[in-house]
Design a protein around this ligand. Structure first.
Ligand code: URA
Length: 242
């Protein structure tokens, strides 16, 4: 199982962000194997150390976290009468508790986080946190420098307010253009509606990043893997607001 720093262990176990758990450690509220430990970088043996917060044992891996490379044609839901779902291939004894964080359209591919950690999901999806999502898109028509400017300013997609500033990067522009688009929100069909707002049509869409979490391109479409401790810790640290 290996070793891990005490502060990282507590953050991964859901006790707070890295800075919050460091404060808990400083205040003497954390013990390791029965002795109060005030050193955040203390190394723990994951298999044997007993960590307590306020004298209550902290269990590691209290949650499960997976990244799925969603394939087109499966629906982001736990159950569906017509289509296969993103949950169909997931094998876990806690499957009933797992859910996808946010949703991708039926025809969208790419990164989907699946977890049973409701608190982290809430924080990642909270509009206040502005967690960035990056998409690769193929778009009908020539995407231009003007589109970069319009997306940076915000476009009207029929909501109360224009979209928040988004970063458009053109990989190639022509009859079919290829782009990366990074947005800070997650409105329904947002990427497709943003291109509609500049009279263009998305032909293909794939999410490649959500916050610090990057799609592992070695995952085949439809395949998934558990997140690494580093990936979990990074997600916890960036989604800090309520
Ligand atoms: N924007 C879209 O239009 N569709 C998605 O699936 C995700 C973002």
């Amino acid at each position: 199982m290996g070793t891990i720093r005490l502060d990282k262990f507590l953050a991964n176990a859901g006790c707070g962000t890295r800075s919050e758990v460091k404060a808990l450690i400083r205040k003497g509220r954390v013990s390791v194997d029965g002795a109060v430990c005030k050193t955040a970088d203390q190394k723990l043996d994951l298999a044997h150390s007993l960590v307590c917060l306020d004298e209550k044992p902290v269990s590691y891996a209290a949650h499960e976290y997976y990244m799925l490379h969603k394939a087109a044609g499966c629906v982001t839901a736990a159950r569906d009468s017509r289509y296969p779902t993103v949950m169909d291939g997931i094998r876990s004894s806690r499957k009933e508790k797992l859910f996808p964080v946010g949703r991708l359209d039926l025809d969208t591919e790419g990164l989907l986080l699946i977890t049973d950690d409701g608190e982290l999901a809430h924080r990642l999806l909270s509009p206040a946190n502005h967690v960035e999502k990056t998409y690769f898109a193929k778009v009908k028509g020539a995407v231009s420098a003007q589109d970069i400017q319009l997306f940076a300013q915000g476009v009207d997609i029929g909501e109360k307010r224009p979209t928040l500033p988004a970063k458009l990067e053109i990989l190639c522009s022509g009859e079919v253009s290829e782009v990366f688009l990074t947005i800070q929100e997650g409105k329904f069909h947002q990427v497709k509606r943003m291109f509609q707002a500049v009279q263009k049509e998305v032909l293909y869409l794939k999410r490649v990043r959500m916050g610090s979490l990057v799609l592992d391109e070695t995952l085949e479409k439809g395949a998934y893997r558990a997140l690494t401790e580093e990936e979990i810790a990074a997600l916890r640290e960036e989604a800090v607001h309520e």
